[in-house]
Design a protein around this ligand. Structure first.
Ligand code: GSH
Length: 282
């Protein structure tokens, strides 16, 4: 049972046994924990990821690019098992010093380019291929503003609400209330915006939608954090539901969502389109 009268000590120290779903991999230090090279496939784009909300953003984007006819967006997607600490291997850390999926290497130029942070990867791919981001201002500013907004909200939804609602060793009322309120406020921002425009950044489908769907898609489908959609009454956000159902019906979204995940109906690693086709039976 948590101590309800906890008083922080003058200097914080790490309590290894503090429990919770991710306790075994969490440490208060950065950097590589073991030597481990990353695998490399045949395509210029090498993605190291896991099909979490942040990981799905990138595979949805790559599938959208391929569906739009961009053949150069062919990619190898390697599974990084964050539960087993793959993100702390030396190869992964050299691509993302922050040890979090997703991370991308682009070998198409003279020198490999590394990109980490899902928002940066979306923008890199959008700019590289000239798709899903407006070229001109003010539309570009609107798209980037909503993209950054999404990036800023994800830790509150995932690290805040999702952690305390689904993963913490006990249900604590204070943080669940705090982050449920904040998550509902964020859902309301999206709902109001989608009451004004068809897509998040305006009338065009952009990387702002792809980023937002990674997180809101689970609430719209009702598969985020157990029954969190009921707890947060997500059905009441009519504009968000309309948008989420439209995006969920897009074939590239359905393809990207299943990549780098274990289990039936999912694709652990993607190296060709056929890896996904065979699972979706298309
Ligand atoms: N802001 C980062 C967040 C990435 C992130 O939090 N990734 C999580 C999975 S969704 C992760 O790799 N966690 C592993 C860890 O914390 O050790 C992004 O959007 O790329």
């Amino acid at each position: 049972m948590a101590d309800p009268t906890y008083t922080p000590p003058k200097v914080w120290t790490w309590d290894k046994g503090n429990g919770g779903e991710w306790a075994s991999i969490n440490r208060p230090t950065a950097g590589a924990r073991q030597d481990k090279e990353l695998p490399r496939g045949v395509h210029p784009l090498q993605l190291y990821s896991l099909g979490t909300p942040n990981g799905q953003k990138v595979t949805i984007m790559l599938e959208e690019l391929l569906a739009a006819g961009v053949k150069e967006a062919e990619y190898d997607a390697w599974l990084i098992n964050i539960g087993e600490g793959d993100q702390f291997g030396s190869g992964f850390v050299s691509v993302n010093p922050n040890s979090k999926i997703p991370a991308l290497l682009d070998y198409s130029g003279d020198k490999p380019v590394r990109i980490f942070e899902s928002g940066a990867i979306l923008l890199y791919l959008a700019d590289k291929f000239g798709k899903f981001v407006p070229a001109d201002y003010p539309e570009r500013a609107e798209c980037l503003s909503w993209l950054m907004w999404q990036m800023s909200t994800a830790p509150l939804i995932g690290g805040g609400f999702g952690h305390f609602y689904a993963y913490a060793p006990e249900k604590y009322e204070y943080p669940i209330n705090r982050y449920a309120m904040e998550t509902k406020r964020i859902l309301d921002v999206a709902d109001r915006r989608l009451g004004e425009t068809r897509y998040v950044a305006g009338e065009e489908y952009t990387i702002a939608d792809i980023a937002a769907y990674g997180w809101f898609g689970g609430f719209v489908r009702g598969d985020a954090y157990g029954d969190a959609a009921t707890f947060l009454d997500v059905q009441s956000y009519g504009n968000l539901m309309r948008w989420g159902e439209e995006l969920g019906a897009r074939e590239p979204v359905q393809r990207g969502r299943i990549v780098n995940r274990n289990g039936e109906g999912f694709v652990q690693e993607r190296h060709t389109a056929a890896d996904i086709d065979v699972v979706l039976k298309v």
